[in-house]
Structure formats: C-alpha cells, structure tokens
Design a protein around this ligand. Structure first.
Ligand code: FES
Length: 579
C-alpha cells in the first residue's frame, strides 16, 4: 500500500476508540475519530460557528458539537442539522499502524455553496444564506449567480407571487455598482434573506402554463390580459402573460402589456403593482430573460388583487381626482398619436412647481399641455419624479412617522413609471405620469411646513464628512444633520461616487427595511440620471434623510453577516490553543 500523496496524521494506537482527537496535518487542523473498525478524519472547525469539534463527543457514529449541539455522521461529515452545514471529510488509510489522510481532493466549494444557498432559502436560515453569499462572491462567483438562484426560488415558492423580498433583492443588485466589492456579499445577503423570509411558510406557486400552441397575436393577448385583470381573474391573466412569453413576444411588447394593465385603474395598491413590475423587468435584465415565464407569471396575482384608488376616499373627495384624470385621458390617444415634432421642451421647472402645488386640475392640464408641446413622456415622468423627491427631501419630521412611507410610495411609483416608459414606450403608461403627479399632490400636507433645506457650511474635506456619517446614523432622527452632510459634501470637489458608496454602505449596516431600501435606491438612481447638480443633490438629500429617519436599527442582521464572513475567511470565533 503506497502512501504517496497522503499526509501522516499519527499512530492508530494513540487514538482511543469513541473519542475525538485533534491533529495537525498538511497545514489543517483535523479531528480524528475511531469508530467501529474505522478511523475518520473531519475538519476540526464546526461548520456552524467554528467551535472545535474535538471538544465534541461521539455516540453510535454520531459526532455532536458541544456548542449548539449540531450532529454529524463521522464517516461522511454530513450533518443532521441543516442549519449547521456538512463538515468536510477526508479519506484515511492505515498502513503498519500509521494513520494517513488524503487531503488532496477537496470538495467543489462553489458547487457546495450553491446547494447551501438553496437549502438556506428553503429553510429560511439567515446564517446559512450569509455563509453561502460570502463564499460564492468571495470565491469568485459572479454576483448574478446567487441573485438568479434567489430569483428562481422566490418566484416559485411564494404563492402570492412577486413581493417585497424580490424587490429588495433586485434593489440590492441595482446598488452593487455603487458599492465596493467587499460589500457585494452583504448586499446579496440582505436581498436573499428577505426572499427567504417572504417565502417561509408560503405554499409554492403552481404555474398555470401558456395556452396550447401559444397564439402569437400581441394585440389580442394584451387586450385579454387587461380584461382578466379588470375582473380580477389572476389565472386568466397569468395564462395570457405566459402565452405572450411562450409566443416569443419581444421584451418591449411584454412590458407594454403589463404597463397598460397596471394603469387601467388608478395607482394600484399605492403604486406597488407598477413598482414591482418595473423591478421584475429589471431583474430579468440582470438575470436573463430565459427566466421570463416564472418571473413575469409571478406578477399576475398582484394585478388581480390590487386595491384601486377609484375605491379610495382620498382620490374621490373633496376633489374627485379620478374624474379629472378620466376626463383628461379621453384626449390622450389623439395627443399621443398626433405627429407632433419633438421639441426642446423647457417647462420642467414650471411643471415641478405646478405638481407641487394645490390645484389638481392645473396639474393635469400642465402635463397635457406639455405633451401637446412635444415634450417626451420620459421627460415628464422625470419631472414628476423630481417633485416626488422634493416631498421626501422636505418632509417635515412633525408628520407622523408612518407618513415617510406615503412619500416613498409616490417616489417609487414615479420612478417606476419613468423606467417603464424608457423600456417600453407604452402609450397607456403615460397615464401613470398623471397618477404619480396626483399622488404628489395628495402628499402635499407632508411638506406643511416644508423642512428647511440646509445650505453648505464651507467644509472642504469630503472624506472627513463621510467619516461622520456612521456616527450620525448611530443616533436617532438625525434627519436634518444627514441632509446637511450631503449638502456640505456636494459643495466640495469630492467625487459623488464616494458619497453614493457611503450612503449605500450605511444602508447595508442597518437591519433591512423594505421602504428604506427602496428610498435609498430610488434616490441614488434619480441622482445618477440627473444632469442638474442641484436636482442630484436634492435626490441624495432625500435618500439620506429617509435613511437617517429609520436609523439606527438593532443591526442584528449585520451581526449574522459578520459571523458568516469571519467563518468563511477562516477567522476564529472560538479561540483554541494550537495543536
Ligand atoms: S453547533 Fe457547532 S458551533 Fe454551533
């Protein structure tokens, strides 16, 4: 028997049966266990939280870790407690009373952690998800890989379809370009854990499948889809969507179907339907449109079940906003079909003032006039989004705390309308610009009185200012101080990228909150799109104020992530003396 390539671990006679022995071999610390006629070698770090397994005990071939009592099969290292993970096992050979260990063929770590991520999602185990995210990202996997795993899982194992968890996951992917690489795993961890939490306890979603032989007439499918949504028939609506995907309708046509139905009624579910739709389409852009059937199909339930603002008192009284809108919409097909030459529209500032004003009829008229003048609907949506940004940037803290969400809903919706128009050019979606503007109008009390916008204090060091932000967010309600910091920073010559990175990084430090994540992502997105530095600053003021209003949290999720990161990097959570 040759021992070429094997590593000497000790004399068999030194290892008493049924006990654990720590040995150093080939630069690793192992636990050797004699059980029955065999001798087995496992990595000595408990995969759960790193406790030395040689301090555990063996009974009937099962090794029990003495920290949280995870149990492992001594022959394979496989665990009976999925929250702990399998421990790497190494083949052993006994030659002339010497024990040799084969350390050469380790497991495929990336494949292992893909499996572990799926297990973590299925069991809703945050530490397992965190370890998998760290191992995959720091092991060289493209972040889109764990994102895609989360997307496939979340759209299949959530009977209500697309929801906040998948939205947070997609927001996190959108934030990655603004975060340093060492923060990517943390961002994914937040998104993936949110998906697991949403799916936990939910029955899986069974797809209804497309119509047989997938008829490919886009206008019929679009008409049917809108009809089924109108009568709240989720199954019929989903079947139309899946048929459209199966028939190979292009991405813009599918988006147009969705956006038309999402704006057939007013401001569905406080804007969530349109916002979720926009995020689902962004998710497909990131993960690949080969997942379109499951992702697009997951939206149907939300459309059918959505609350409609026609049924809402605030949209009906004292001024009937729905009537204003429906009357206005009668003219839209002709205006949008007219061959108006695109012009250099210069009414943005006036339009924002009008949208922030007190007269809903004037708001509707201003939008229609701008369209008649040849303004691009995307420009109008952008102006309304900036008005929604202003509501957050000037939100007065004397409002009820929950009203932050109200301002955020409008901002998310306006942001989604603009994104949808860029993507699809949907004519029906133009109605969404008006809905967003009416929601900004309804939010006007949030700016009474308007919070003061700070002016720059003459700081010259952007780096020093950013160093202050974490301390500031350690204290409650430093809303105006956060705004001041952003304004000061923008008055320096420091790059905006560092500010985005700092706001994003501080967001990840907190326990995740759906609306705060949406607010920060939307404000960073708006700041990036803006050509006007003042508009970009206002967007970042809005994001920083929202974050400051919701910080500090307990930060327990950050603690879970740090444990995972230290474990995967081989750091000791539990100190042990060298062997
Ligand atoms: S069970 Fe071993 S460290 Fe927790």
């Amino acid at each position: 028997m040759t021992t070429d390539g094997l590593t000497y671990a000790g004399r068999l006679s030194d290892f008493a049966a049924g006990t654990c022995h720590r040995v150093r071999a080939g630069g690793r610390t192992l636990v050797l266990i004699r059980n029955g006629d065999g001798v087995y070698a496992l990595d000595n770090r408990c995969p759960h939280m790193g406790f030395p397994l040689d301090r555990g005990s063996v009974d009937d071939g099962i090794l029990t870790c003495h920290w949280h009592h995870a149990r492992f099969d001594v022959t394979t290292g496989g665990t009976f407690d999925l929250w702990a993970d399998d421990v790497p096992a190494f083949p052993t050979t006994v030659v002339d009373g010497d024990v040799w260990v084969d350390l050469r063929n380790g497991r495929d770590e990336l494949a292992h952690h893909r499996r572990r991520l799926r297990a973590g999602l299925e069991q809703n185990l945050s530490l397992v998800i965190a370890k998998a995210a760290v191992s995959l990202v720091e092991g060289g996997a493209d972040p889109r890989e764990p994102f895609r795993i989360g997307l496939e899982f979340g759209t299949r194992y959530q009977s209500d379809g697309w929801g906040p968890g998948l939205t947070v996951l997609t927001c996190m992917m959108n934030l990655l370009p603004h975060l340093p690489p060492e923060q990517h795993a943390r961002a994914l961890f937040h998104g993936l854990s949110n998906v697991a939490g949403d799916s936990s306890g939910s029955p899986p979603k069974f797809e209804v499948g497309p119509l047989p032989d997938a008829p490919a007439d886009p206008s019929t499918l679009k008409r049917w889809f809108r009809r089924f949504v109108d009568v709240r028939d989720a199954t019929g609506a989903e079947r139309c969507l899946l048929t459209a995907v199966q028939a190979g309708l292009d991405q813009a046509a599918i988006a147009d179907m969705l956006f038309a139905a999402a704006t057939d009624h007013r401001y569905l579910s406080n804007g969530h339907v349109l916002d979720f739709t926009n995020k689902a389409l962004e998710a497909l852009d990131i993960a690949g449109w080969d997942l379109a059937e499951t992702v697009i199909g997951s939206l149907a339930r939300g459309y059918a079940d959505a609350g409609r603002m026609e049924e809402s008192n605030a949209w009906r009284r004292p001024i009937d906003l729905v009537e204003i809108l429906e009357t206005t919409f009668e003219d839209l097909p002709d205006i949008l079909a007219a061959d108006i030459k695109p012009t250099q529209w210069d009414g943005r500032a006036d339009l924002i003032d009008t949208v922030l004003g007190e007269d809903p009829q004037a708001i509707a008229d201003a939008l229609t006039d701008a369209l008649r003048q040849g303004a691009d609907p995307v420009e109008l949506a952008d102006a309304v989004t900036q008005a929604a940004i202003t509501r957050v940037a000037r939100f007065h803290v004397t409002n009820e705390f929950g009203d932050w969400d109200r301002a955020l809903h409008t901002l998310s919706f306006a942001n989604a309308v603009r994104g949808g128009l860029v993507r699809s050019g949907s004519r029906e979606l133009v109605r969404g610009i008006y809905d967003a503007a009416m929601s900004v109008y309804l939010d006007r009390f949030l700016n009474v009185p308007p919070a003061r916008l700070p002016s720059a204090n003459g700081h010259t060091s952007g780096a020093e200012l950013l160093a202050l932000l974490p301390d500031l967010l350690d204290r409650q309600q430093q809303v105006d101080e956060a705004a001041g910091l952003v304004v000061d920073y923008r008055a320096t010559t420091a790059p905006v990228e560092a500010l985005l990175e700092s706001i994003g990084g501080n967001l990840l430090r907190e326990d995740r909150d759906f609306h705060t994540i949406q607010a920060v992502e939307a404000s960073i997105h708006q700041a990036n799109l803006s050509d006007d530095p003042a508009d970009a600053t206002l967007a970042l003021v809005a994001g920083a104020r929202y974050l400051a209003a919701h910080a500090p949290t307990v930060r327990s999720q950050g603690q879970t992530f740090q444990i995972a990161q230290r474990l995967q990097r081989g750091e000791r959570l539990f100190e042990e003396a060298p062997a």
